[in-house]
Design a protein around this ligand. Structure first.
Ligand SMILES: [Zn+2]
Length: 88
């Protein structure tokens, strides 16, 4: 069986729900997948760097997020701070 992670390193996401964490990230928070998701116990452990500065991972499922289009923020050297894309 091939398992495909729902999100990939560098994807920009908006959180819909974080279920089991005692100090969850608020719904609606945007962030960037910050590494390759790993499959563990029927869920994808998805490392995140949230725009509010937190780095709490998502566990998908039960956590839910949607992919969004990156608005690109220039790091001053022609690359996006959030997704790493080269921008003009
Ligand atoms: Zn970007």
């Amino acid at each position: 069986m091939t398992r495909t992670p729902p999100f990939r390193n560098g994807d920009r996401l908006r959180l819909i729900a974080m279920v089991d964490d005692p100090a969850p990230i608020p719904p609606g928070t945007e962030g960037t997948v910050n590494g390759d998701p790993t499959f563990f116990a029927d869920s994808w452990d998805t490392p995140m760097r949230w725009d509010n500065g937190r780095t709490l991972s998502m566990v998908v499922p039960p956590d839910q997020a949607e992919k969004i289009r990156c608005r690109h923020r220039d790091d001053g050297r022609g690359r996006c701070i959030d997704c790493g894309a080269f921008i003009d």
